[in-house]
Design a binder for this molecule. Sequence first.
Ligand SMILES: [Mg+2]
Length: 104
Amino acid sequence: MNFEKIKSDIEKFVSNRKWQDYHTPKNLSMALSVEASELMEIFQWQMENEKAYPKSASKEQVEDEVADVFFYLVRFCQIMNIDLEKAFYYKMKKNAEKYPNQIK
Ligand SMILES: [Mg+2]
């Protein structure tokens, strides 16, 4: 994954469609939640312990929603001047301290 290219491609995609004015923190955080909900909807009626793709959805549908979530997360970070990679690893460090390694 070339994250710098992805970020650049997203900026170009948004700019070419003149969507910048719509990309406020409120709108993007809501769009991120909506796309995460679309992902959840695919698995909504699965049994708790099922691990496969549901019969009602293709892998491509799941991939589409994952990509939508990723788009809005990256775009939200762009407009909020958040270094996503740095934020991710900092939070992982905090998670590791909160949830210690169980394998000795
Ligand atoms: Mg979607």
